[in-house]
Ligand binder design. Structure first.
Ligand code: S3P
Length: 172
């Protein structure tokens, strides 16, 4: 709708390791918009790390904080918002994202996601015996939800982030 475009907001969704933060920062700079990362915002507000929130409040507690931060941020204009990989699990988040901006799904295959997250220790959901299987499980569950939320799908692969940005700008 005209409304969501008028907001000037661009919302990036996709799995952990899809490149939402990297792409979002560069896109915001190129378009002269403000970049916000929902995980960063949660950490800034609480003064603790995401793994700490998972430890103390569990995933459920984190999701409540995440939804409230995202829904508040969507009142803004001219932002590029990188959301956490699980933000689309909440139906209200999906609806509000669609209403308040152009939603871009950075779609990557599980192999690439695994390569890009295997050395990270700040993603509690991947602190498991078999993180690759976990990524596959999350992907199967979430891909339909990302697709539902998205106005634009960008496949990420081996190409440079600059090429990816050009392809995205072309579709915006
Ligand atoms: C999560 C993704 C993370 C962070 C949290 C949970 C998920 O964000 O919100 O660890 O459920 O996929 P990134 O997608 O930025 O890694």
């Amino acid at each position: 709708t005209a409304d969501k475009r008028a907001s000037g907001n661009i919302i990036l969704v996709g799995m952990m390791g899809a490149g939402k933060t990297t792409v979002g920062k560069l896109l915001a700079r190129q378009l002269g918009k403000t970049f916000i990362d929902s995980d960063e915002e949660i950490q800034r507000r609480t003064g603790v790390t995401i793994p700490h929130i998972f430890d103390v409040e569990g995933e459920a507690g984190f999701r409540v904080r995440e939804s409230s931060v995202i829904q508040e941020l969507l009142d803004a204009n001219d932002i590029v918002l990188a959301t956490g990989g699980g933000a689309v699990l909440n139906a209200q988040n999906r609806l509000l994202m669609r209403q308040h901006g152009v939603v871009v799904y950075l779609k990557s295959n599980v192999h690439d996601l695994w390569q890009r997250t295997r050395h990270d220790h700040n993603r509690p959901l991947l602190q498991t015996a078999n993180p690759r299987a976990k990524l596959q499980e999350l992907y199967d569950l979430r891909d339909p939800l990302y697709m539902e939320a998205a106005d634009i799908v960008i496949h990420t692969g081996k190409q440079s982030v600059q090429i990816l940005l050009e392809r995205l700008q072309h579709k915006l």
